[in-house]
Ligand binder design. Structure first.
Ligand code: SF4
Length: 172
């Protein structure tokens, strides 16, 4: 199951800058937001492959940045095989580098691996990398499909990463 996240204080991290490129991973963070808001992750017939709660979360973040004088753009990831930032193609990374050159900061919505993808791709640009979320653990949940095409997660628990490490030590 995906990583579960808490939000970080992005606004204070970009204070004094004028522009930011938001780079969202469209998998674990999108699941996190849908679970947090107790809403379907995907409604195929309403938004096809977009997760409405996550799209709204990103739009709200953009509004908050705007209120503090930071204009922002969202770096899009289509087709869907590019949702997972930990597995981006070299072409996608190159595209990010070119795009990031026009911004003061890149805000990553994702895990440490997503941030590593960004850091590596834009290292020559001088852009500030800001982590918008921090991992709180691994999610344990039951995936449910509801007619006509809704995908939700129910009975969710966040399993701390430290438990995983302990388990690995005792089995090794
Ligand atoms: S980059 Fe991180 S947040 Fe995104 S899918 Fe991979 S593990 Fe999940």
């Amino acid at each position: 199951m995906p990583i579960h996240f808490n939000d970080r204080d992005v606004v204070s991290e970009v204070a004094g800058l004028s522009s930011a490129l938001i780079v969202p991973c469209y998998m674990c963070p999108a699941v996190t937001v849908s679970v947090r808001e107790n809403r379907p992750f995907i409604q195929l017939f309403k938004n096809f492959l977009k997760s409405a709660p996550y799209e709204q979360y990103i739009a709200t973040l953009q509004s908050r940045l705007e209120e503090h004088g930071v204009t922002s753009t969202v770096f899009k990831s289509t087709p869907s095989h590019e949702w997972f930032m930990c597995m981006w193609t070299s072409g996608k990374r190159e595209k990010l580098k070119k795009c990031a050159e026009q911004y003061d900061a890149v805000i990553v919505l994702g895990c440490d691996s997503a941030t590593e993808t960004v850091r590596d791709a834009i290292k020559s640009t001088g852009c500030k990398v800001v982590e918008g979320m921090e991992g709180a653990g691994t999610m344990n949940a039951q995936i449910r499909f509801h007619w006509p095409g809704n995908v939700s997660f129910e009975n969710c628990k966040t399993v701390p990463i430290s438990q995983q490490k302990k388990g690995q030590r005792s089995s090794g």
